[in-house]
Design a protein around this ligand. Sequence first.
Ligand SMILES: Nc1ncnc2c1ncn2[C@@H]1O[C@H](COP(=O)(O)OP(=O)(O)OP(=O)(O)O)[C@@H](O)[C@H]1O
Ligand SMILES: [Mg+2]
Length: 372
Amino acid sequence: MIFQTLKLFNFKNFAEGSLAFVPAINCLVGNNGMGKTNVLDALHYLATGKSAINPVDAANVRHGEEGFSIKAACERNGTSLEVLCTVQAGRRKSIKVNSKEQERLSDHLGLLPVVLIAPDDITLIYDGNEARRRFFDSTISQFDKTYLHHLLRYQRALKQRNSLLKQFAQSGRTDPQMLAPYDHQLLTSGRAIYEVRQTFLASFTSRCAQLYKEISQEHEQIAIVYESTWQQDQPEQLYHEALPRDLALQRTTVGIHRDAYHFTIDGRPVKRFGSQGQQKSLLVALKLTQFEVLQQQAGTTPVLLLDDIYDKLDNDRIAILLQMVRGGHFGQIFITDAHPERTQHILAENKLPARIFTITEGQVTDCRDYEP
Ligand SMILES: Nc1ncnc2c1ncn2[C@@H]1O[C@H](COP(=O)(O)OP(=O)(O)OP(=O)(O)O)[C@@H](O)[C@H]1O
Ligand SMILES: [Mg+2]
């Protein structure tokens, strides 16, 4: 899949912007705070219906304006697609593909697969399990609609069950019978989700471990350990046993929403025992595995969005990544960098042609093609 053109209107610091991309490497350069990441975020919006930075739609509208629109011409396996995302105060967010409204976001996911590597991603390793669950859920949801469907149903039932637990606490009257339909939904969808996660993780982990070795050029063994309450024999029993605790805490304390993913290196948690370099290698390996999975499952090559990677990865790792770029491992790529001379140098050193956009205060002030 490739983005051919992008038009922005009142999106973040862009009043109006128009960019025409090349199918290979597109670089966005400019000083800090000029709008480079905002361009990547606009592409992320078209792909996922959401900002990768600020989940509140209204926060992405240019200050003082009523709404924004992002429009792109794309090419997916030989088919032209025009994708338009609009956010307008007081209206439902709209995503149109070739002028046809996508009724549900879940239908749209996966049409334009993108993989973003951004500075904040290190939270995948440092933060709690929620970040990791979100990473794996969003990866699987881009190609497995049944999974997404169960996930949405599970989340709805969980919310309803939790509010019922609160009601019980407030009224002082508990009626476990009323929980039964939600327990049933959590069990049905929970099992389906657990089974997909389990199978998915097995293949994801082995490929990730392989890529880790390529990137780090080291021999340690990384693993992703998946832990779920569903690994116990009788999950039904768990709900039953957890009821007193659920009532006391006014929330559901067992289920796949509490699943954990642990990254280990030679059996030890990466979070605590991995060096910074090992953590960075793991991060890149995770993202590249995500890239390959989406490529296989979505049936088209995802677009790679690399935000400020030069600051986060050392030269060796960047060189390996760029060798993969040269080897045709990827399709279209977007790279942001606050140092134009560094970008030039890296392109020249690796003999990579590219289109370079200079972004200044929400405007494209220069666009030139670099030929090595
Ligand atoms: N809703 C908004 N309305 C107007 N401007 C906004 C809005 N949201 C963000 N901005 C502005 O966008 C700018 C940040 O843009 P962006 O993150 O793309 O910068 P950048 O070029 O990637 O910088 P860096 O090199 O520091 O990463 C900031 O100046 C911020 O004030
Ligand atoms: Mg940025």
